[in-house]
Design a protein around this ligand. Structure first.
Ligand SMILES: Cc1ncc(COP(=O)(O)O)c(C=O)c1O
Length: 461
């Protein structure tokens, strides 16, 4: 595929609106009637909504039933003008945020000393935890460039955190079952180590690392341990209750000192919230930002942003209250049921095999076909899967959207078709060719290439 063809693929996928869709590269000189704006938005939403509403997208929208969306939107509207930066004006947000921390902490085995904060998403929770470990290592041990030990499958947000905050990321291999290699982690710990990370589960394969062993090692060596339950935190406790085998991962595990858990994934809240939890209040202190002596007044913020969307906090809190334990349990049963159907069906397709033993992330590869061509063929049938690399694979993170009647059956039937038609897949719609291309480019070239794609993506013309 040459550059022109590639740009054609990207154009179709990322900038499909031309023709009858107006574009704006400057403020309209006179405001457009609100009704007209809403009509335009409704049209855009209808086109894109179809993708996820009928369960064709991996992850992304975790609940999405119309009555649930209406409820969350109503709650959002009630808080839309509020801002947690001004707790004096909106003390109700303080109540909601601290209760979200308390409720998630309780769900995940926290104790009276569990503390935390509400953030904008998994990445921010991880960034903040890494900043807290960095500052603790600097102040307690004088380590200027502390190290974070990351199994290769740990989310890339940890690399981002290390990059942003001046920690050194030490990547260690995983074993043949794709979980963190405890011995490799042990060998990597040294006097500069500030934190060891494990996932519950990891994004690529949905497998849970041996958190008990990893956290125990971290504790013995006097370093912190972060359990990344961004993806699984709102599902695994209920999976366990439903009788599934769930490795220990929560705050009850000795040595776990922090945990991230996303309300905007299987917590079923609208996008834009997550919770970061610490077992030791002193560690949370290293997360805070306090400005001393600024002419603008006394300024402090518990998380990264200054002003924050109180509406999203309101909607997340309202979602947690409305679902309660029973709600989360019954939704988990549906998600896990759909996932089991896929897990049984996928390996029956000739040439396909599962990557990792997961409860709700279906990662697979092919021994007979280029898996990216399979992904491409699936995308021509309207499926949006996640491409994996090193080694090549794809995954579908199962949500409630896939638990709707007929969706898993449709996926398996389209998958069989896609495997049969993989070699002649050339829909020029999907992103599969980019995975193939990126896999063959040197890392620096990938960075340069993606940089220019980003320039193009976010430039309106
Ligand atoms: C295990 C894990 N950690 C962290 C993240 C980052 O979450 P976010 O995209 O909300 O920043 C994800 C996202 O999928 C994840 O799966």
């Amino acid at each position: 595929m040459d550059l022109d063809e590639l740009m054609g693929v990207l154009q179709k996928r990322f900038k499909p609106y031309g023709g009858d869709t107006p574009s704006f590269t400057a403020l309209p000189s006179k405001g457009i009637a609100r009704k007209e704006v809403i009509t335009l938005l409704t049209r855009l939403q209808r086109t894109e909504g179809k993708r996820w509403q009928r369960g064709r997208v991996s992850g992304a929208v975790y609940h999405g039933a119309p009555e649930h969306v209406r409820f969350a939107t109503q709650a959002y509207a009630l808080g839309s003008q509020s801002n947690p930066l001004h707790p004096d004006v909106w003390p109700s947000l303080l109540k909601m945020e601290s209760e979200m921390v308390a409720m998630t902490g309780r769900m995940l085995g926290g104790s009276d000393t569990t503390r935390g904060a509400v953030t904008s998403g998994g990445t921010e929770s991880i960034l903040l935890a890494m900043k807290a470990y960095r500052d603790r290592a600097r102040s307690q041990r004088g380590t200027q460039v502390p190290e974070a030990i990351l199994p290769t499958t740990a989310h890339v947000a940890f690399d981002k955190a290390c990059d942003y905050f001046g920690l050194r990321a030490v990547r260690v291999p995983v074993t043949s079952d794709l979980t963190a290699d405890v011995e490799a982690v042990k060998a990597a710990i040294n006097e500069r180590t500030a934190v060891v990370v494990g996932s519950a589960p990891c994004f690529p394969y949905g497998v849970v690392d041996p958190i008990r062993e990893l956290a125990g090692t971290a504790k013995d060596r006097g370093v912190g341990f972060h359990s990344d339950a961004c993806l699984g935190g709102f599902l695994l406790p209920w999976a366990k209750r439903l009788g599934h085998r769930v490795p220990d991962f929560d705050l009850t595990v000795p040595g776990v000192t922090s945990l991230s858990v996303d309300t905007h994934k299987y917590g079923y809240a609208p996008k834009g919230t997550s919770v970061i939890l610490y077992t030791d209040p002193e560690l949370l202190r290293h997360q805070y930002y306090v400005a001393k002596g600024w002419p603008g007044g006394i300024y402090f913020s518990p998380t990264l942003a200054g002003s924050r969307p109180g509406g999203l906090v309101t909607a997340a809190w309202a979602t947690m209250l409305a679902l309660g334990e029973e709600g989360y349990l019954s939704l988990a049963e549906r998600v896990l049921g759909a996932a089991q159907e896929l897990r049984r069906g996928i390996p029956q397709v000739p040439g396909l095999s599962m990557m990792g033993d997961s409860l709700f992330v279906e990662a697979f590869t092919s021994s007979t076909q280029d898996i990216y061509q399979v992904m491409e063929a699936l995308s021509s049938r309207g499926w949006f899967l996640n491409g994996l690399q090193r080694p090549p694979g794809v995954h579908l993170a199962v949500t409630l959207r896939h638990a709707a009647r007929g969706v898993t059956h449709q996926f398996l039937s389209d998958l069989r078709w896609a495997v049969d038609h993989a070699s002649d897949a050339s829909s020029a719609e999907g992103l599969a060719p980019i995975y193939g291309l990126a896999g063959t480019m040197p890392e620096d070239a990938v960075e340069e290439f993606i940089g220019s794609v980003l320039d193009w993506m976010y430039h309106a013309s």
